[in-house]
Design a protein around this ligand. Structure first.
Ligand SMILES: [Zn+2]
Ligand SMILES: [Zn+2]
Ligand SMILES: [Zn+2]
Length: 296
C-alpha cells in the first residue's frame, strides 16, 4: 500500500504502551489519555503529553513513510510505540476498515461486534499537532467504579469492605486483621487491559509543512527586501555619479572662464606696455628733436 505525499486526510494507526514503574507490568495506552492504571498493581501512571505529541508529530513528519516504531524514556517509565499509515480507520477488534459516516463524537459499531469510539483529538494535543483532528479507538467496557466491594475476612469471616478500587490491602473492621485482596478478586476488579491500536485522522497541512511554508514566505520576503535595497543603492550610486559629473563640468567651465579672464588680462597688459613704449619712443624722439634744435 503506498500513500501520496499530499494525501488529505491521512490516517495513522498507533499502538502505545509503557512499563509500569512499580511492577514492570505492561501499561497499554489505548487512545490519547492523560493517565493509565496498571492492571497488575493498580498504580496510576500519567502519560506525558510529550510522548503523544512526538508520536503524532513524528508520524506526520515522516508521511508518507512514517517511522514504524519508536521509544522514549520519560522519568521512570519507558514508552514504546508502533505506527503505520492507513487508508481509513481500522477496527481494533477485527482489523477491518470501518466506514465512518461524517465526523461526530459517538460510537460506530463494527460487524465483528466491537464498537469504535470516535472523538476529537484532545485540545492540548491538537495545539501541538494541529493536523491531528479525530481519534478512533476501541470502546472498552467501563470498569465498575464507586460501588463498594466486600469480601469475607479469611480470619474471622466478617465482611471486609475494600477501601478503594486501586488498593490491594484492606483491614478487617471486626478482627483488625490486615487482608490482601486475593488475586482472583483483584483480577476481576482490574482486568488486564490489552493494547489496542487506535487511529488518528490527520487533515490539512502538518505543523512542519506550515513551518516550511512560513520559512519559504519569509525567505521570499527577505529576497524582495534585498532586491528593493539593491534598486535604491543602484539609484543612489547613479545619482552620485551624475552629481560628480555635473561638479566636474562646472569646474571645467569655471577653469575655462578663469583662463579666458587671464588671456584678457594679459592682452590688456600688452596693450598698456605697448602704450608706454610708444609714449617713451615719442618722448625720446621729442628729446632728440629738442637737442638738435638747440645745437642748431
Ligand atoms: Zn504495576
Ligand atoms: Zn471489527
Ligand atoms: Zn476479620
Amino acid at each position: 500500500m503506498s500513500f501520496g505525499r499530499d494525501s488529505d486526510p491521512r490516517f495513522g494507526s498507533f499502538v502505545l504502551r509503557g512499563d509500569c514503574p512499580t511492577c514492570a507490568g505492561s501499561l497499554p495506552v489505548n487512545g490519547a489519555v492523560e493517565s493509565v492504571v496498571c492492571g497488575a498493581c493498580g498504580e496510576s501512571v500519567s502519560v506525558p503529553g510529550r510522548i503523544l505529541r512526538d508520536l503524532l508529530d513524528d508520524f506526520e513528519a515522516g508521511w508518507p513513510r512514517p517511522p514504524s516504531a519508536g521509544m522514549a524514556r520519560v522519568g521512570a517509565v519507558q514508552w514504546r510505540w508502533t505506527s503505520r499509515p492507513l487508508r481509513a480507520p481500522v477496527c481494533p477488534g477485527c482489523g477491518e476498515d470501518v466506514r465512518v459516516e461524517g465526523l461526530a463524537e459517538g460510537s460506530v459499531p463494527c460487524a465483528c461486534g466491537a464498537t469504535l469510539h470516535v472523538e476529537p483529538v484532545p485540545g492540548p494535543l491538537q495545539v501541538d499537532v494541529p493536523s491531528a483532528q479525530w481519534l478512533f479507538r476501541l470502546e472498552e467496557a467501563p470498569v465498575a467504579e464507586g460501588a463498594p466491594v466486600a469480601m469475607g475476612c479469611p480470619q474471622c469471616g466478617a465482611n471486609v469492605i475494600l477501601p478503594g478500587a486501586d488498593e490491594r490491602l484492606a483491614r478487617c473492621g471486626h478482627c483488625d486483621a490486615q487482608v490482601t485482596v486475593p488475586e482472583a478478586l483483584w483480577r476481576a476488579l482490574h482486568p488486564i487491559r490489552a493494547a489496542h491500536p487506535w487511529t488518528v485522522r490527520f487533515e490539512g497541512p502538518s505543523r512542519r509543512t506550515v513551518e516550511a511554508q512560513a520559512a519559504d514566505a519569509a525567505r521570499a520576503e527577505a529576497e524582495a527586501a534585498d532586491q528593493a535595497r539593491r534598486v535604491v543603492e543602484e539609484a543612489e550610486r547613479a545619482r552620485a555619479v551624475e552629481a560628480a559629473r555635473v561638479a566636474a563640468e562646472a569646474e571645467r567651465v569655471s577653469a575655462e572662464a578663469a583662463r579666458a579672464a587671464e588671456v584678457t588680462r594679459l592682452a590688456a597688459e600688452a596693450i598698456r606696455t605697448r602704450r608706454i613704449v610708444v609714449v617713451g619712443v615719442v618722448f625720446c624722439l621729442l628729446c632728440v628733436a629738442f637737442f638738435v634744435a638747440v645745437k642748431g
